[in-house]
Design a protein around this ligand. Structure first.
Ligand code: PMP
Length: 459
């Protein structure tokens, strides 16, 4: 077709090749890599990306979902510019008013958050959440779910994306390191749980109940496989019974499933919550918040006095029990970033815009499902709120292993052709929506899917 002839990414290719001289693999984060080479961008606005060869894409990656209000929203640009101008500096390195205003705002929105602290990224938020849980309970093990991602550090890089050979028993998954360089210590101290399998989860938690500090989870795995209501309720009940800290990692779901995150949707309060992505309005941010009693152990003055009874009984095991739980970082609570976050929350709370974006996401999902059905291709969309995924299977998808049985090669073929046609989705990743995706964008997306289907099915 003529479109095919017009599509070229030659400039991207040559920039990438030179980047490989200075940067291993040519990318500053694995997530930006794709074969045969990544596409290098030069501009973006609203729902669109423009690459260095001048190709325009409707963006469904949206910086891994961070950009819920699209690229370069004028209200965010203005807020950041004003903040820099009014403060006269980029950062104070001291307390400032916006910190408490933003903390208060998040506390009002999230069931499980009574006090909060900021970090620079989602990674740091979950890392800190786990340390707080260990400090609070005096226990050393972490339970996490197979296929759930919480950031790129040793403790969480276990069983995120294992092969089926490595993964072991479905009901008792083997802890698998995701990277070289991860100490055996973390494998020994991690219990891997099967998502959405309450019986097996209860069994594993019961076996390790005196050693597990926390269960950490993505309430919606990968942002697109929702926990069942029954699973969430069962998990809340069993963790409470055993005194295990329940951590909802809402870095993806925060402000995307509802303003109050997935915990608002399920109406369940975790003990600790982590946020990131949308909260920074496109700037790097993280937040860890939770029950007052737990969060107070990060208080540099009083943490000595309020350590839980369980820590007291573990005195011998934990030599440092009396010390403060360390939480600090040069840039934490950065005013420029919080001003972008504040502008983002203002935008999302205006005129029910989040609900409208969720409705438009549903519209796109339904149109795509109907389209594929018309072409006789077995496909379904799964997701919650403003994120979904396209899966080629007729089976129910409840966890990581179900996903592995879907047809990835079909998905890959379609994604690559869509890239050429102007839909930006990194092959095999989920679709994230923004408030700036117009009806026209969505209709065009459906039409381009139809073009790909025509080519693939010769219909
Ligand atoms: N937790 C979840 C659920 C995430 O999706 C991510 C990022 N994709 C992280 C933690 C890590 O966040 P960051 O990339 O900001 O470090």
């Amino acid at each position: 077709s003529s479109t095919e002839n017009l599509f070229t990414v030659e400039t991207s290719k040559s920039i990438f090749e030179e980047a490989c001289t200075y940067i291993p693999g040519g990318v500053t984060a694995h997530i930006k890599y794709m074969t045969p080479h990544p596409i290098v961008m030069k501009e973006a606005k609203g729902s669109k990306l423009v690459d260095v060869d001048g190709n325009v894409y409707i963006d469904y990656l949206l910086c891994s979902g961070s950009l819920l209000t699209g690229h370069g929203h004028p209200a965010i640009t203005e807020a950041v510019t004003n903040q820099l101008h009014d403060m006269g500096t980029t950062i104070f390195g001291t307390p400032h008013l916006l910190e408490q205003q933003m903390a208060k705002r998040v506390i009002e929105l999230y069931n499980g958050i009574e006090m909060a602290r900021f970090t620079n990224s989602g990674l740091e938020a979950t890392l800190l959440a786990i340390r707080i849980a260990k400090g609070f309970t005096g226990r050393e093990k972490l339970a996490k779910f197979e296929g759930h991602y919480h950031g790129g550090y040793d403790q969480s890089l276990i069983s995120v994306n294992p092969t089926m050979e490595e993964a072991g028993d479905t009901k008792r998954p083997t802890p698998v390191p995701e990277s070289r360089g991860i100490s055996n210590y973390y494998l020994e101290k991690t219990v891997v749980l099967p998502f959405n399998d309450l019986e097996a989860t209860i069994q594993l938690l019961t076996e390790n109940k005196d050693e597990i500090a926390a269960v950490i989870m993505e309430p919606v795995q990968g942002g697109y496989i929702p926990a069942t209501q029954e699973f969430m309720e069962g998990l809340r009940e069993i963790t409470e019974k055993y005194g295990i800290v329940l951590i909802f990692d809402e870095v993806k779901t925060g402000f995307r499933v509802s303003m109050g995150g997935a915990q608002g949707y399920y109406n369940i309060a975790p003990d600790i919550t982590t946020l990131g992505k949308v909260l920074g309005g496109g700037f790097p941010v993280g937040l860890v918040g939770g029950r007052k009693e737990i969060m107070e152990i990060t208080n540099p003055i009083s943490s000595r006095d309020i350590l839980s009874a369980s820590v007291e009984t573990n005195k011998e095991k934990n030599g440092n029990k009396d010390s403060v739980l360390f939480h600090s970082g040069t840039y934490y609570g950065h005013p420029t970033i919080l001003s972008a976050g504040k502008a983002t929350l203002d935008l999302l709370e205006k005129d029910g815009i989040l609900d409208k974006t969720i409705e438009r996401t549903m519209w796109l999902r339904q149109e795509l499902e109907a389209l594929y059905a018309r072409y006789g291709v077995t496909m379904k969309t799964i997701g919650l709120g403003t994120i979904f995924n396209i899966v080629f299977t007729d089976k129910e998808i409840l966890n990581y292993r179900d996903m592995q049985e879907s047809d990835f090669s079909m998905r890959d073929k379609i994604d690559r052709r869509l890239l050429e046609l102007g839909v930006y989705i990194k092959p095999l990743t989920r679709y994230s929506m923004s408030t700036e995706h117009t009806q026209e964008d969505l209709e065009k997306t459906v039409a381009l899917h139809e073009q790909v289907l025509k080519e693939l099915t010769n219909k």
